[in-house]
Design a protein around this ligand. Structure first.
Ligand SMILES: Cc1cc2nc3c(=O)[nH]c(=O)nc-3n(C[C@H](O)[C@H](O)[C@H](O)COP(=O)(O)OP(=O)(O)OC[C@H]3O[C@@H](n4cnc5c(N)ncnc54)[C@H](O)[C@@H]3O)c2cc1C
Length: 409
């Protein structure tokens, strides 16, 4: 590619949000460049859970066969365990939605999007290209500067730059759009273990006072486990050594003792995730839009990060295609903000629920944990629990059919 290029839309970041957005725009005939700083899509310990709503969406968009061909784990339920017992459980098959959440590695899903995208002559994928700055004209965003894999600068002029570069978005920082970052009380250490024979395809939250493990069945035959540490406590955990870490995990869930002792040999077998939420009141400027984690970073509770990212693209793609037709020059922020407001509402509902859960999980006193157990036992007996969780897990429920179908299929 020359060191200057012009396109309709430049998408920065080929995660779930950027790759699907570029695909949906390319289907609509929009000239798209997708720039990804990585040289491949290998990424361990990312959101691998696709919520049921997004599974339906991806099937509608025709990605069902690619996902089937790769294979995935269907998640059949979720349970909350304390003192070796299930206190509250839910069977995902009882939700009023015609799909189960699935676990599939991100490279498989992103690969499916990009494999189709490259068949469109109006799509271009630039791997190993890092965003370095925005190009602005008259206070409007008019493109971006990138660096190619050899470190050579490249300018891409675009009528819309889409920031899909994740939770630490460099594009967001360069744009001046402000994010409110709220750290959660705890961070996470992730690791993977083989899934024991006979283990159900259910997600588990294993709790002891204010410590917990999130255990997720993971493709193909693994468990992905998140262990919570106090904020910025990973340094302390490392100083205490891997032996102490193993002991602490086993203390929480003795069922994992043999697996942890065999498979967690060093810190290289783990991955650290800082937990925070990022809220951005304004997602667009003239010529610029934030989507996915760049516009709203959620916590891992209930595995909604990928869902939120994918749903952003479904809502925005038809609006962007129309705005490109109806205007000249940079896409006006005013055409994007009504959709951003809808998406913020969905995200705010998820964040609110996640914060309640965080507060619940942070209880450490005898009275606090007793009350938590009592509340969960009561909820478990109430069939209304499916209605309550459906609102969060399977949102959005009010997706206009034309948003999904549009001219996408
Ligand atoms: C360790 C970890 C564990 C997680 N666990 C869960 C979980 O259990 N459940 C859940 O739902 N979510 C989880 N998440 C969050 C989930 O992965 C994200 O919500 C989801 O991937 C967001 O998609 P995205 O496309 O917005 O951003 P990302 O997936 O972060 O993709 C951003 C892309 O932009 C690229 N990029 C970044 N900077 C630049 C740049 N300057 N130039 C060019 N490209 C750039 C990156 O390489 C990446 O490919 C986890 C995240 C992490 C990091």
């Amino acid at each position: 590619m020359n060191n200057h290029h012009q396109t309709d839309v430049l998408v920065i970041g080929s995660g779930p949000a950027g790759a699907l957005m570029a695909n949906l725009l390319a289907r609509r005939g929009v000239d798209v460049v997708l720039a990804e700083k990585g040289l491949d899509f290998e990424r361990n310990f990312r959101g691998e859970t696709i919520a049921a709503r997004s599974v339906l969406t991806l099937r509608e968009l025709g990605f069902g066969p690619s996902l089937e061909e790769h294979g995935f784990v269907e998640l059949e339920g979720i349970s909350f365990r304390e003192k070796g017992q299930s206190i509250m459980s839910m069977d995902y098959r009882r939700f009023p939605i015609d799909a189960l959440p699935i676990d599939i590695p991100q490279p498989a899903m992103i690969g499916a999007f990009n494999r189709q995208s490259v068949t469109f002559p109006n799509f271009r994928l630039l791997m190993g290209h890092q965003f370095t700055g925005l190009i602005e004209r008259d206070g409007k965003v008019a493109g971006a500067r990138l660096e190619d894999p050899d470190g050579k600068p490249l300018e891409i002029g675009a009528r819309l730059v889409i920031a899909a570069d994740g939770r630490f978005s460099a594009v967001r920082k360069a744009s001046g759009l402000k994010a409110k970052i709220t750290p959660m009380e705890r961070d996470f250490v992730w690791f993977k273990l083989p899934r024991p024979e006979g283990w159900l395809h259910e997600s588990q939250l294993v709790v002891k006072k204010d410590r917990h493990l999130v255990i997720l069945p993971t493709f193909p035959d693994l468990l992905r486990i998140g262990y919570n540490v106090p904020k910025k406590g990973f340094g302390d955990a490392r100083r205490q050594g891997i032996e102490a870490f193993r002991a602490s995990v086993i203390d929480l869930d003795p069922r994992l003792a043999d697996l942890v002792n065999t498979h967690i040999q060093s810190w290289n077998d783990t991955s650290f995730l800082e937990i925070f939420t990022a809220e951005v009141d304004q997602w667009s400027r003239d010529g610029l839009l934030l989507i996915g984690d760049a516009s709203h970073t959620a916590t891992p509770i209930l595995g909604q990060g990928v869902n939120l990212a994918l749903q952003d693209t479904i809502y925005f793609a038809p609006v962007i295609a129309e705005a490109l037709k109806q205007s000249i020059g940079p896409v006006p922020a005013a055409t994007l903000e009504p959709t951003a407001a809808l998406r913020r509402k969905h995200k705010a509902m998820v964040t609110h629920f996640q914060r309640l859960q965080e507060a619940n999980l942070a209880k450490s006193s005898a009275v606090g944990t007793m009350l938590r157990r009592a509340k969960l036992r009561l909820l478990n007996l109430n069939p209304g629990k499916y209605r309550l969780l459906d609102k969060v897990l399977n949102a959005p429920h009010d997706m206009p059919v034309e948003v999904l179908h549009g001219k996408a299929a």
